[in-house]
Structures are given as structure tokens and as C-alpha cells.
Write a protein that binds this ligand. Structure first.
Ligand code: AMP
Length: 574
């Protein structure tokens, strides 16, 4: 696209999808800069875009948020009118605690209605939410809050998962805490100086109308840390105008989201896809978002399908890790549930294997709802590429991508929801953004992601070796890393595979047959479990370290002991 067309394209999108307080002088920046420079001179009320404008248009009785607790009988539907009322009250409460424009507030909440209410109330005040995923160690939460200068911490006493009340382990010290009461299991969960969320909200049952804060387009809206699949997690800052425009555009144009549709994003709170597609995009587009608190398998492995059926979910967003977990429970669970409202199944976060895709299409989509794979990063603020019918991923309208000289996927023009800054680091400015993912292009010009550069090993066909190993019927998961001229493939086996005889020769033969260009050394290690990040992605950087005998940085790992045991016993080496 030439600069003139690009300017027109994004001006049209931003005015079609959002209501702006002050128009921009120029929509698109010429280069990647920090802050992003998107919608220069414009101002926007983020909360009003998600709530007030739908109420003002007479849609106050339309469901905005359906919350399903893990206990079946605990469910709440908040209409746009009711959600706005809650958010207004919460904004008054938080303003009373000193929160104002530009303040950073830590948010560690499970999938409860208060997650949505607190997020939007902070946006209403112009404050920046630093949102944490579940399962981080208290030390990491403290360290990130200090790095971002958080002045308040909103959290909960726990949540229900797999039939149990799970406490949220809280950091010591740090800023004042407001605690949402969910499980009431631990009386000591309120420490001195802490405040209960419900008591503050009850004290503000009637509130004066507090006008929404207006964000400059480049003012920060939230901070999220990356999952760390490529190393140490980075704190990524997203700006108000660009983030909202980018995620509303992808939700509308890639997923067809709009009023009257229920969208269910199963990526968990504290990750970018949840922020974009469970919170901001569906509300901004006047749709209904569904939030589920508990385990996908509780009380039985058909729980998700029962919820999707009951609430007539039209767009289901899932992850490969969750899909793998559901597949292991068997196809009978989704097969018994008819989902006539389902229009689209989307996979986010990492590569969707052909096997996972076929399972989703057959068992869940029933041949009616198509399945799409997507590509995006925390840094890109949502999905930028979508799988096409002829294989590979193709950029969404407005996204300009190519393979650069290093063989990495690059974005050749700025994109509105690009990270606007990094916490404590400089964001590289320039005319192109290197995503750090190795790619190949198909004859149709689509992209095939091979993995993170520096982990995959630029000169080795690591992804192709991994795919050849993963295709074997005994293999459950395979993760390949390159080191020197060696490709080490870590493998877990399917439960039904037992101790397969001759697996070594089989796998080696498959690799040599399918990856003709591979002349290096192959090393296959069968292990009990692969180290994963907290979002369920295979921690490839950690595996690369393990392949070279190093433990390295484990702060991103869900369970560092998996890596430790892998180093102690490097696995059965074929
Ligand atoms: P994160 O930093 O946690 O947001 O992870 C982003 C990374 O996940 C990307 O840079 C890719 O390496 C990987 N990823 C996301 N979607 C896909 C996909 N569809 N196929 C392959 N890798 C993906």
C-alpha cells in the first residue's frame, strides 16, 4: 500500500469502528516509533467506546457479559446498562483510593465479572492496568509492580477450579490491595490495610455521574508481559487509540464479530488474546462476551460444550494447548453436543497442528463451523494473520508483511495495535518490525511460521525435522531445537504407545526421508514431560538451554522442576 492508501484505509477503519472525541491530524505514522504515533492529535474515551455508546444507542438491555462460575448454578448476565452502572461505581471507588489518569494499577484477577468491571473502571479513569495471568510467583508479581510503579493492586481471595477453591498466593508488601471475595475460604486473606471490593462497591450504590477520562491516542492503556517462549518476559505497553482500533479491526474483519453475537475467548486472563478478544474487542463492537471461571473438564470433559450450547456461542477462540487437552479426553464429549450457533473456531497463541485442526473441525465444528489458525504476538496487540484455504497464513487487510533478509517474518508498515513502549527497555524504532519468527513463504505468497529465530537455529531445518517426528503415530508432542549442526528433538509419547520397539530407526528414517536438505546430526530424546510456559506453550528457549546442559532463566516456566528433571536425566537417547 502506498502511504496515501494506507492513511485512507486506517482512517476509514478507525472512524467506522470507534467513536473519537477529537479527530486525528494524521492516522498512520511513517515508521515504527515509540510512542507509536498512531492517530496523531486524536483523543478517545476508551470506556465510552466499550459501554456508554451502546447504552446511548438504546442497547442497554443487550447482554454485554455472560459470566459462568465453575459451580453450575453460579452464572450472571450483565447487560450493557448494568455493566456501565457497575463500572461507574467502581470508577468512583477507585478515584476515592487516589487512582487518577496515568496511575498504574496491578490487576491479578481470575475470570470473574470483576475482571471486566475493574479493567473498564481503570480505563474510565485514564489509569493504566498492569494485568497479571494466574500462577505467577508472588516475587515476580512484586518485581513487575515495582518496575511499573503500581500504586494499587486489585486481586481476589481465590477462584474455583476442578471442584476446589484455589487461593491466589499474594505478594508480601507492595502497594495497597483491594480484594474481591470469591471463595471466602481463607479468613486471613485480608491483611491489615486491605479493603474488600464488595464493601467499597456497596458503599457507592448511588454514585454521581463521573465523566469518562479522555485518552490521548498514544496514552498508555495497559501493560502485559510476554509469555517468555523466547526467553525472559518483556513488559509491553499498549496505547489507547491504536490498541482499540487494531483489536476491533481484527475481531470484525477476521472473526466477523458484531452486535447480537456471543464471543467466547478461552485464552486466560493476563494474556494478550484475552485482553483483545474477551475484553475490549467484543464490547467495543457491541457483542456479548462469555467468561468462564473454572476447569474445562469439570465436572465432566463436556463442560465447555455444554456452556457453548447453552449460551449459543458464535465465535469460539481456543488455544492449541487447550485443544490438545480436550482431544485427550476423547471425541465423544463434544460429539454429543450440537452447537448450531457456532460460526467460527479460532486458534490463537501457537501453531495449530493439522491433527488438532481436523479434530476441532470434525468434533466441535461438525463440518459446519470452519477452523482458522492465527498468528499474533503480545507485541502486535492481537491477531495479524489468518490461515487461508490453500495453506499458510495470510495477513489481514491493512497488514503488510514480508520475509526479511534474515528469513524472519517482518512487518513493513506500522500496525495500530503495535506495542507503543517496553518497560525498562528501548523499543527499536525503524521502517520495519522484525517479529523474531523464522518463516517460509508458499508459492501463493502465504507464510509458514517455523519457530522463534535463535531457538530454531537459522541454518538448520529444525521445524521440518520437528514436523517429521511429530507426525509419527507414537509421538504425543515433539519440540526440536538446533545447536551447532545438531538438531535435538524432545519427544513425549502417547499413553497407548507403550515402549515402542525400533522407534529410533523409524523416526530417523522419517526425518531423513522428509527433510532431504538435513545432513546434520539428529538426536532424539524421549522424556516424560516437556517444560511449558504458564500459557501452556512449550518453553523452547529453556529446551535449547537443556540441550546444551544449561538450566538458564526459569522465570517464565509453569513448573521449573520439569526442566530440572530433564537436566538430571536427559531422557532416553536413541
Ligand atoms: P507471545 O510473545 O507469548 O505473545 O507469543 C508470540 C509467539 O507465539 C509468536 O512470535 C510465535 O512464535 C508464536 N505463535 C503465535 N501464533 C502462532 C502460529 N499460528 N503458528 C506458529 N507460531 C505462533
Amino acid at each position: 500500500m502506498n502511504p496515501h492508501d494506507r492513511e485512507r484505509f486506517w482512517s476509514d477503519r478507525a472512524s467506522e469502528l470507534l467513536a473519537w472525541r477529537t479527530p486525528w491530524e494524521k492516522a498512520c505514522p511513517d515508521t515504527f516509533t515509540s510512542p507509536s504515533g498512531w492517530f496523531k492529535g486524536a483523543a478517545i474515551d476508551v470506556c465510552a467506546n466499550c459501554l456508554d455508546r451502546h447504552v446511548d444507542a438504546g442497547r442497554d438491555d443487550v447482554p454485554a457479559l455472560i459470566w459462568q462460575g465453575e459451580p453450575e448454578n453460579q452464572a450472571v448476565v450483565h447487560t450493557y446498562g448494568a455493566l456501565l452502572d457497575q463500572v461507574r461505581r467502581a470508577a468512583v471507588v477507585l478515584a476515592g483510593l487516589g487512582v487518577s489518569k496515568g496511575c498504574v494499577v496491578g490487576l491479578s484477577l481470575p475470570a470473574l465479572p470483576e475482571l471486566v468491571v475493574a479493567t473498564l473502571a481503570l480505563a474510565r479513569l485514564g489509569a493504566v492496568h498492569l494485568t497479571f495471568p494466574a500462577g505467577l510467583s508472588p516475587a515476580v508479581v512484586s518485581e513487575r509492580m515495582a518496575a511499573c510503579g503500581a500504586m494499587l493492586f486489585i486481586t481476589a481471595d481465590g477462584y474455583f477450579k476442578a471442584g476446589r477453591a484455589v487461593p491466589i498466593i499474594q505478594p508480601e508488601g507492595g502497594p495497597r490491595r483491594v480484594v474481591v471475595r470469591r471463595t471466602s475460604q481463607a479468613p486471613e486473606s485480608l491483611r491489615e490495610g486491605d479493603l474488600w471490593w464488595h464493601e467499597l462497591m456497596e458503599a457507592h450504590a448511588v454514585v454521581p455521574a463521573l465523566p469518562g477520562a479522555v485518552h490521548g491516542a498514544d496514552d498508555p492503556l495497559f501493560i502485559l508481559y510476554t509469555s517468555g517462549s523466547s526467553g525472559h518476559p518483556k513488559g509491553v505497553v499498549h496505547a489507547a487509540g491504536g490498541f482499540l482500533a487494531g483489536c476491533a479491526h481484527s475481531a470484525r474483519h477476521a472473526f466477523g464479530v458484531g452486535p447480537g453475537m456471543t464471543m467466547w475467548c478461552l485464552s486466560e486472563p493476563g494474556w494478550i488474546m484475552n485482553m483483545a478478544y474477551a475484553l475490549y474487542a467484543p464490547l467495543c463492537l457491541g457483542a456479548t462476551t462469555l467468561l468462564y471461571e473454572g476447569s474445562p473438564l469439570h465436572p465432566k470433559p463436556d463442560r465447555l460444550w455444554r456452556i457453548a450450547q447453552k449460551h449459543q456461542v458464535a465465535t469460539l477462540i481456543t488455544t492449541p494447548a487447550l485443544t490438545g487437552q480436550l482431544m485427550r479426553e476423547g471425541e465423544a464429549w463434544p460429539a454429543g453436543r450440537d452447537l448450531p450457533a457456532l460460526k467460527l473456531i479460532v486458534s490463537v497463541g501457537e501453531k495449530l497442528t493439522p491433527e488438532n485442526r481436523q479434530w476441532l473441525a470434525r468434533a466441535v465444528g461438525k463440518g459446519r463451523a470452519p477452523v482458522v489458525d492465527t498468528w499474533g504476538q503480545t507485541e502486535t496487540g492481537g491477531v495479524l494473520m489468518l490461515s487461508g484455504s490453500r495453506g499458510g497464513l495470510t495477513p489481514l487487510p491493512g497488514v503488510e508483511a514480508s520475509m526479511n533478509l534474515q528469513g524472519h517474518l517482518a512487518l513493513d508498515a506500522p500496525w495500530p495495535s503495535m506495542a507503543s513502549a517496553l518497560v525498562g527497555q528501548r523499543l527499536e524504532a525503524g521502517s520495519s518490525y522484525d517479529t523474531g519468527d523464522l518463516v517460509q513463504t508458499t508459492p501463493d505468497g502465504a507464510f509458514v511460521i517455523l519457530g522463534r529465530a535463535g531457538i530454531a537455529g537459522a541454518d538448520l531445518p529444525v521445524a521440518a525435522v520437528e514436523a517429521a517426528v511429530a507426525a509419527h503415530s507414537c509421538v504425543a508432542e515433539a519440540a526440536a531445537v538446533g545447536s551447532g549442526d545438531t538438531v535435538v528433538v524432545y519427544v513425549t509419547l502417547r499413553a497407548e504407545a507403550g515402549e515402542p520397539f525400533g522407534l529410533e530407526e523409524d523416526l530417523e528414517r522419517a526425518v531423513r526421508a522428509e527433510v532431504e536438505e538435513f545432513a546434520g546430526t539428529l538426536c532424539i530424546r524421549v522424556v516424560e514431560e516437556l517444560p511449558k510456559t504458564r500459557s501452556g506453550k512449550i518453553a523452547r528457549q529453556a529446551l535449547r538451554g537443556a540441550a546444551e546442559g544449561r538450566m538458564g532463566d526459569t522465570s517464565a516456566l509453569a513448573d521449573p522442576s520439569v526442566l530440572a528433571s530433564l537436566l538430571e536425566d536427559p531422557g532416553k537417547l536413541f
